[in-house]
Design a protein around this ligand. Structure first.
Ligand SMILES: [Zn+2]
Length: 316
């Protein structure tokens, strides 16, 4: 059965059960023992397995463990249920402990021969398909399953630039995107916070990604330990030039937290052999490792509110 990148385990197992012509409960009984009811809606809850149950699921699906964990994020080590290795177990918590169930792109699924609704597990409550220019979120309303982004190609371009940044900088890229959204959430920016309504991420994304790329210019040198205090005013001046003084003020807060890294003094003769620091590995004020399902508001080092007060509401 086709695998879809980023699909939730609950969604995949539901499709697998349909394909086998049986109920999810019946299928799960062959995967392991459950602490929760076997039949739960994959739009509401994610399914978690321990290592033994994962092995059985792979056998049932006729897939290697590597194929399964490449596509299904919740089956990776970080998200496996603890427990006795000899007993195969599964669990459907009422809400995923981390991540959001976001509707998958129906056109991407159809390309793989899947015509049922697919639910992805994502760190944030929305997802943009850059191939088809569609915006999806956690809304379960089947009447508006996606928003068409063809009237706003700049949003799709921004998402492409976000993906490039994360590909290039790894976890550091994700942290910078989170910090950039946080900069836009500063009261001085006078912009709606994430969660104000369904389309706020679309409105903020192009500027946020522009800011994240600006931040990356500084951060790469900083993590490479090639930055000194006197480099900051010049960078801030340039950033203020194209982003305006309102954003500039929040960037001052950000740069104050992203101080030059302190390096232990080294004898002169060894300086040339100092290995270049990996600029993909986060350093203070951020922490490593960066959880795969951590949302933007949990990743930023900036302390003010990133989310609107009743932010769960717009996603239904
Ligand atoms: Zn698509």
């Amino acid at each position: 059965m086709p695998l879809i990148d980023g699909e939730s385990t609950g969604s995949y197992v539901t499709r697998l059960a349909i394909r086998h012509g049986e109920s999810v409960g019946h299928l799960l009984a062959t995967v392991g023992e459950g602490k929760t009811a076997a039949e739960i809606d994959p739009r509401l809850s994610e399914l978690y397995l321990n290592a033994a149950a994962r092995q059985r699921l792979a056998a049932l699906a006729g897939r290697s463990l590597a194929q399964l964990t490449r596509a299904l994020v919740s089956l990776r080590e970080e998200h496996l249920l603890p427990g006795r290795p000899e007993t195969a177990e599964y669990q459907w918590p009422w809400r995923p402990p981390s991540g959001y169930l976001v509707r998958g792109c129906a056109l991407c699924a159809a390309r793989r021969g899947v015509f049922e609704t697919v639910w992805l597990i994502r760190p944030d409550p929305w997802h943009i398909c850059v191939r088809h220019g569609r915006f999806h979120d956690t809304s379960r309303d089947d009447r508006v399953p996606f928003l068409d982004l063809s009237p706003g190609p700049h949003v799709v371009q921004a998402e492409q630039r976000r993906i490039q940044l994360v590909k290039r900088l790894g976890p550091v890229g994700r942290l910078l995107v989170a910090d950039a959204f946080a900069v836009l959430a500063h009261p001085d920016s006078f912009l709606p916070r994430l969660g104000t309504n369904r389309t706020t991420p679309l409105r903020l994304l192009p500027t946020a990604i522009h800011i994240a790329h600006r931040m990356a210019q500084l951060e790469r040198f900083r993590l490479d330990s090639r930055l000194v205090h006197s480099d900051y005013p010049h960078w801030l001046e340039k950033a203020r030039g194209d982003l305006g003084w309102r954003v500039g003020r929040a960037l001052e807060w950000w740069s104050a937290l992203h101080k030059p890294l302190q390096l232990p003094p080294l004898p002169r003769s060894r300086v040339a052999r100092v290995p270049v620091k990996d600029y993909r590995r986060p350093a203070s004020p951020h922490r490593s490792p960066v959880s795969e399902m951590a949302p933007l508001h949990a990743l930023s080092c900036l302390q003010w509110d990133i989310l609107a007060r009743d932010w769960r509401h717009p996603y239904g």
